[in-house]
Design a protein around this ligand. Sequence first.
Ligand code: UDP
Ligand code: MG
Length: 322
Amino acid sequence: MNNTSPPLLSIVAPCHNEEEGLREFCRRAVATARSIAGDAFEIVLVDDGSTDGTWEIIAALGREVPQVLGVRLMRNHGHQLAATAGLAATRGERVLLIDADLQDPPELLLMMMPIMDRGADVVYGQRVRREGESWFKLASASLFYRLLSRLASVAIPRDVGDFRLMRRRVVDILLAMPERDRFIRGMVSWIGGRQVALSYERDARFAGTTKYPLRKMVNFAIDAITSFSTVPLRISTWLGMVSAACAILLLIYTVVRWIEGETIIGWSSIMAAITAFSAIQLICIGIIGEYIGRLVQENKRRPMFMIESLAQAGRSIEITGD
Ligand code: UDP
Ligand code: MG
């Protein structure tokens, strides 16, 4: 490969203990990339702290195929950070992010490329059917996407993973976003531009088992929600308002009962004090939450806007990168 001219196409695949399927993945990815870009492509395989023979296979592939670049992380960082490391190593004009387990067919790139030729900035795969996944995974994924779309302030499409083709410009903005808890599919939605969905059927894993047990899935969901929404912080404000309303109703009720001449000594004052003070406390926590929410948002130091292009006296200037 010529080191001075960047390749047309980069394919990035994070791999964690994927020794069984990796060669097959690489074979299919290389065949697809070659049919599109000749020799002007690169395949970045990121070994995310594997404990099996994944790195040996990547190293061997690197010797056999000049377009393969292996990146080995010091330890397991998780799929999102491994993908980010891989993206940072790419130089291609267009970058495909894909899982190494062959659940996302690399051949779909043949359909993604013409959509990008027609002007899309991002072409993402949207799963219409998922083979070989448990009902629990399907149900929890569906619940997660519903919850996220209600809470997040940007529209994050449903049933979309990180399998997507992106323009260099989008990748550069993504890499310029400095936050540490990364939720790539949401961040790409946030960037905007012309994003097009392409439906596909998600296959079963070629080999091995999912690296996303329940614990990691819950962590992933919490990262996703907290990095795109401060709504959970508002919960205590709402609870506070609800208990304030309860306190007022209770007060009215006790006054009415007192007028009617029925009183239990001490009960009304204790109940009124408990509800009123818990309402005050919850509202105070809520107020603190609101300010923490601002801190969280500001701390991300995301770029404030992204310019698509400028036009001056009929001239249009393309701005690339950040
Ligand atoms: N992966 C990774 N680091 C991890 C977990 C997973 O790089 O800590 C890779 C894995 O090798 C695969 C992709 O991320 O290529 C998706 O993982 P997996 O198939 O286990 O997730 P699922 O498809 O079940 O959501
Ligand atoms: Mg998978």
